[in-house]
Design a protein around this ligand. Structure first.
Ligand SMILES: Nc1ncnc2c1ncn2[C@@H]1O[C@H](COP(=O)(O)OP(=O)(O)OP(=O)(O)O)[C@@H](O)[C@H]1O
Ligand SMILES: [Mg+2]
Length: 349
């Protein structure tokens, strides 16, 4: 009992802006029969308390592998971290022992996956699964754990929580199951939630509801949120900043509204042009030409160059670094970076 109360009192919400997670020059490879696939090839991003970072990019760009590496759930082998740091409140998690790492995972950093049905145990009631956190981590009794489970179900607005606490996962709709996943992630009051495509499997209206709920809880608890998605439309309202990934690298980062208004990378520009818009009904939808590269054979120079409309010889030979960009007067734009040789033309042209 005391431990449960302690945890309630703890409610150690971090002050908005406290640095939580910093990923520095992360490299992850997969050794396959056909060769070495560089799935993550120098990723840099950070998130602070009360902040939402959206990580955006086409399928295979390395979004999930980065997240799995942060959580320490990457399959090794075949996966291997070859370089980089993952700092959680200043401490490199890659250098921590298993025990220390386990304490952070789940309690400090929680993850929400796309597919709730396969993440929940089908033969245990949702109340039991939600309560497990409190029984295992805080030594709560069965009765206390059940009350906690009901509280959490209320918190994520599952109607008639008290009546439904004994129901099984398949008795809930997809949207409700995803709320249960959010409740699980919240149960130990983490500082940071990583949500990997949390609404992809849901229909559009339910998507918006679940996303709004996540954003609301994140703000209330001052949590950091990393929202992984390939859908630019979903993140516009909830994210503070965006990191765009391509072939295992971050190619652009920016505050969300600046990125939408004025991208500094041709890939971002292409992604923005390919969002369906109501005011352009009837017009053919733009699609970036070509396909993302085979990670066993990433093009030399800028990995995006074969698909880029403005690529030059330099782009075909030299890999552009992710560097700060400036406004027309040469003043550095806060929080904005681009890995494009032609960022100036892209941003100001
Ligand atoms: N266990 C594994 N073994 C070999 N390659 C892997 C493994 N897991 C991931 N990869 C490769 O790493 C690359 C990055 O995958 P990742 O899952 O991070 O992409 P993603 O950006 O999350 O894409 P999506 O939008 O489809 O979820 C892919 O090319 C994938 O095939
Ligand atoms: Mg993924």
């Amino acid at each position: 009992m005391t431990t449960v109360i302690e945890n309630d009192q703890k409610s150690g919400r971090l002050e908005v802006g406290t640095p939580l997670l910093e990923v520095k020059d992360l490299h992850v490879e997969f050794h396959t029969r056909d060769g070495v696939a560089k799935a993550v090839n120098g990723v840099n991003y950070s998130v602070a308390a009360g902040e939402t970072l959206a990580v955006l990019g086409e399928s295979g760009s390395g979004k999930s592998v980065t997240a799995q590496t942060i959580m320490g759930i990457l399959d090794m082998p075949p996966g291997k971290v070859t370089q980089g740091e993952i700092l959680y409140r200043g401490q490199d998690m890659l250098k921590m022992g298993n025990e220390e790492r386990r304490k952070i995972r789940g309690q400090k950093i929680a993850m929400i996956f796309q597919d709730a049905l396969s993440s929940l145990n089908p033969v245990l009631s949702v109340g039991y699964q939600l309560g497990e956190m409190f029984r295992v981590h805080q030594g709560a009794s069965k009765k206390e754990a059940k009350e906690k489970a009901i509280e959490l179900m209320d918190r994520v607005r599952i109607p008639a929580a008290r009546q439904r606490v004994g129901d099984y996962p398949h008795q809930f709709s997809g949207g409700m199951r995803q709320r249960i996943m959010i409740a699980m992630a919240l149960s130990l009051e983490p500082d940071l939630i990583i949500a990997d495509e949390p609404t992809t499997a849901l229909d559009v209206t339910v998507q918006a509801q679940v996303m709004d709920l996540l954003a609301e809880l994140q703000a209330e608890y001052n949590m950091g949120l990393i929202l992984i998605t390939h859908d630019l439309g979903v993140v516009a309202d909830v994210a503070d900043k965006i990191a765009v990934m391509y072939a295992g690298r971050i190619v652009e980062t920016a505050p969300v509204h600046e990125l939408y208004a004025n991208p500094a990378h041709p890939y971002t520009k292409g992604l923005l042009r390919s969002i369906p818009r109501l005011d352009q009904k009837g017009q053919e939808l733009y699609a970036i030409k070509g396909l993302p590269p085979n990670l066993l054979k990433v093009p030399t120079g800028c990995a995006f160059n074969p698909r880029c409309d403005v690529a030059t010889d330099l782009c075909r030979t030299e890999t552009p670094e992710l560097h700060h960009v400036t406004d027309k007067d040469g003043k550095e734009l806060t929080g904005r970076r681009s890995a494009c040789h032609l960022w100036k033309e892209t941003l100001h042209g």
